[in-house]
Design a protein around this ligand. Structure first.
Ligand code: FNR
Length: 423
């Protein structure tokens, strides 16, 4: 109702309320490369489309004449009451959208009490985000590195900097076939963007020093400081905004024009993930951290059960917003089955394709405990920085609240399948 009142009083929104208009505004604000990286999906982007289409197969069934004057969006999640059922999904390389990047998002999330999942590919080290926005509930997302020492170090830092849980992303053991990026010959990491969690890590810095030594390049002990400075972040952003295209080699290693030492970028490319990861490896994470562990990228019901058997504390149904596997299974299609099989034993986070408040309601009604938002907040960030990201999240929450009331419910926790009709 605040949002409506502001509208009536003539205060124009900073970001378009309509999801498609928001994406169009972000496209305008960004370079071709930055927009392609954020908006794009894998292959022919059929998974991206299928994620959206899946929501169209459910309708919200309105039930009037039930007093809905008091409505409650809060949920229990990871041992705490949260004011809303939303999370901000981990998005890497947010300096592409705005120079404030993860700090701006964290401040927006803090003001709404929405937990923020810090990306392993963040533009700002997790400790700096913690300093800048100490009140935001934080989780840390890990891409399982080829270096176990690095994994252990990242998780130690997550715990030490106040993260409440670890989210291990499982669907990026091989980087997806990102057609838009390939056409533009654009991979931000090769420019030193989105690698701040690495360059601020002592284990990673040691790996870089070893690499420099083994390449017998000078200086050895006085190895390059590979910490991402604000200046290099800004350099990256200005490259992205100008839309300067890379010259045509297909090899990312040939395309290095990073302001960071080349060795840091090469080391990153080597350790970033491992296609050899298996279920057996997951047990190691328990030695590295005492935080709750959620697995992100679960799409098959059998894998959800396997995660429970492996003692995981939560599952996160996601196909990475269609950025990894094209022709993949849309997440909403499998949510009800997975929710039935999990039967409330651990929380279920849901993402991929959520664009508006009614999407959140549908996912909750089909069994999600919490719902994560991806691209829309990046678009808000691109259009109007911290305020833009906040406004996007507020709009989703406002529409969720209205949809809850119109559907005849007073609490998101009472939503079930009877709130919906399948088309
Ligand atoms: C992502 N996603 C992602 N996931 C992850 O675990 N770690 C990461 O660093 C990133 N980075 C990232 C960057 C960008 C630009 C996008 C769009 C996505 C995936 C993200 O967490 C989430 O699963 C999807 O964004 C959800 O889909 P929607 O909401 O974007 O459709």
């Amino acid at each position: 109702s605040d949002i409506y009142r502001a509208g009536i009083s003539g205060a124009r929104p900073r970001v378009p309320v309509d999801a498609d208009a928001l994406e169009a505004a972000a496209r305008k604000a960004l370079s071709a490369e930055a927009f392609a990286y954020i908006a794009g999906g894998a292959g022919a982007e059929r998974t991206v489309a299928a994620n959206r289409a899946a929501f169209g197969r459910w309708q919200v069934w309105p039930r009037p004449l039930r007093d809905v004057s008091e409505r409650d969006l809060s949920i229990d999640f990871l041992g705490a009451r949260r004011p809303t059922p939303l999370l901000l999904a981990p998005l890497g390389v947010m300096e592409l959208a705005h120079a404030g990047a993860d700090v701006a998002v964290a401040r927006a999330a803090a003001s709404l009490g929405v937990p923020y999942v810090l990306s392993n590919q963040a533009s700002v080290p997790m400790e700096d985000v913690a300093d800048a926005a100490p009140t935001v509930p934080r989780l840390f997302q890990l891409y399982w590195s080829a270096s176990d020492e690095l994994n252990a170090s990242l998780l130690r830092r997550a715990e030490a900097s106040g993260c409440e849980a670890v989210v291990v992303t499982l669907d990026t053991h091989v980087l997806g076939w990102r057609t838009r990026d390939l056409d533009l010959a654009y991979l931000p990491f090769t420019r030193g963007l989105g690698i701040a969690q690495y360059t601020s890590d002592p284990v990673f810095q040691q790996l870089v020093r070893e690499r420099v030594k083994s390449q017998s390049a000078a200086p050895t002990d006085a190895a390059p400081a590979v910490r991402l400075t604000p200046k290099t972040v800004v350099a990256g952003v200005s490259i992205a905004r100008k839309g300067e295209a890379l010259t045509g080699s297909s090899s990312v290693r040939d395309n290095l024009r990073s302001p960071l030492p080349r060795a840091a970028v090469e080391t990153f490319l080597d350790v970033f993930s491992t296609p050899a990861l298996t279920w057996d490896d997951l047990a190691k994470a328990r030695q590295w951290t005492s935080l709750p562990i959620l697995l992100k990228g679960i799409v098959h019901p059998d894998d959800a059960i396997r995660a429970l058997d492996a003692g995981m504390d939560g599952i996160w149904i996601s196909n990475h917003g269609g950025r990894q596997l094209d022709q993949s299974v849309p997440t909403l299609e499998v949510l009800p089955t997975i929710a039935d099989r999990v039967a409330g034993r651990v929380p279920i986070v849901f993402d991929s394709g959520v664009r508006q408040g009614s999407d959140v309601l549908i996912a909750l009604a089909l069994g999600a405990t919490a719902v994560a938002l991806g691209r829309p907040y990046a678009y808000g960030l691109a259009v109007a920085g911290e305020e833009g990201a906040r406004e996007v999240v507020r709009n989703v929450l406002a529409e969720l609240d209205i949809t809850l009331g119109l559907s005849g419910h007073t609490s998101v926790t009472e939503l079930g399948r009877e709130a919906l009709r399948q088309v």
